[in-house]
Write a protein that binds this ligand. Structure first.
Ligand code: TRP
Length: 359
């Protein structure tokens, strides 16, 4: 895809996203949010400010919300699988500690446990051409970064599986970052193509989902040069202690100008730390910078440490409680599986009927 095309797509997605954002406040019950993470490790503060808080907000608005743990997707670009179960449970702990409240409308489950949703993969595979899969820019980038020596078919086709994740429950809103837009577009195409091929024009089965783009600017790691990520070793995990947090921030990169100003273009490292403080305290980054002024990097880091530790204190306390309740964590997942399966069975029945495969 050309970069011009990407940005045109991005602009269109952003405009749609803004429209949904205002309508969802008025009619939360008309939407269904579907989000997901791969269980490759615990979550860090980039996830918290970038997506978790937003999920909590939407769920609290009363939008039916499915939070899916994409365990099968781990196999597409990781050799290791021994920690999937453990990581899945840690994800649930992070979600609950961040304020997700499981209910009949808010569910959490691993997608490998929903056979009827996975079964949608077979008809969906026939609706996509192999060249469309090979063109997917996010997949291409993941292939170039992956540890695998050959590209397995799971890697190339996981965006179709992601469409199963979204469409089995007729998800309409998918809160994602920019990198996931190609997958949401493919899901829209699959919904459209399925409806066109198998359904009567007045009774489509699948709605076309929309991406809801995050309003939080991308959070850089403590090295200031790239996105925060556990694998790059530049992240503060939600589960870190207050002392660990302080030590990580002490090592964060700043620059040689002692006077603190908010200048994201010329001083990205300092700006990132100011933005993190701002996310904790709701003050404007420029106001924080002015207050710190000649206090320099030392005061900047001290301010961030205090703000972040204070912001995360309740979450971390809850996390510790949840760590000692494995039965509860498991029951949250089992309940999610049961409710998700009920939706998947219904959708698969509709799909069978539409494809003339009932017996
Ligand atoms: N591909 C997503 C990621 O890498 C995870 C994911 C799987 C997902 N299924 C999803 C995200 C459905 C949103 C909706 O982070």
């Amino acid at each position: 895809m050309e970069s011009k095309e990407i940005s045109a797509t991005y602009e269109a997605a952003l405009a749609r996203s803004k429209k949904i954002e205002s309508d969802i406040q008025l009619h939360p019950e008309r939407y269904r949010v579907l989000t997901g993470d791969r269980p490759t490790g615990r979550l860090h503060i980039g996830h918290y400010f970038g997506s978790l808080q937003n999920r909590v907000r939407l769920a609290n608005l009363g939008v039916p919300t499915c939070i899916l743990i994409a365990d099968y997707q781990v196999l597409t670009d990781h050799e290791a699988f021994s920690e999937i179960s453990q990581n899945t449970k840690q994800l649930v702990i992070d979600y609950l500690a961040a304020g997700i409240k499981p209910s009949d409308k808010v569910i959490i489950y691993p997608h490998s446990y929903i056979p009827e949703a996975n079964q949608l993969m077979l008809p969906f595979l026939t609706l996509v051409s192999s060249s469309e899969l090979e063109r997917n820019p996010t997949v291409k980038e993941e292939i170039s970064k992956s540890e695998l020596s050959t590209v397995n078919a799971g890697m190339l086709t996981y965006p179709i599986h992601q469409a199963c994740d979204i469409l089995y429950c007729k998800g309409t809103v998918v809160p994602v970052g920019k990198d996931q837009l190609p997958h949401i577009e493919l899901t829209q195409k699959i919904a459209r193509r399925f409806n066109k091929k198998f359904c009567k024009p007045d009774s489509p089965i699948f709605p076309e989902p929309c991406a809801l783009l995050s309003k939080t600017p991308s959070i850089l790691g403590l090295d200031g040069s790239q996105k925060m990520s556990k694998s790059r070793g530049n992240a503060i995990m939600l589960c870190a202690t207050e002392d660990e947090t302080a030590n990580l921030i002490k090592k964060a990169k700043t620059d040689s100008d002692r006077h603190i100003t908010y200048d994201p273009v010329n001083r990205p490292e300092v700006a990132n730390l100011l933005m993190l403080i701002s996310l904790c305290t709701d003050e404007e980054p420029t106001a924080i910078a002015e207050r710190i002024g000649d206090g320099g990097g030392g005061l900047l880091k001290k301010t961030l440490t205090e703000a972040l530790n204070e912001k995360l204190r309740p979450l971390r306390a809850e996390r510790i409680k949840l760590e000692s309740s494995p039965d509860y964590i498991r029951s949250v997942l089992l309940d999610g599986v049961e409710r998700a399966r009920a939706m998947a069975i219904e959708t698969l029945n509709e799909v069978r009927r539409a494809m003339n495969m009932e017996i």
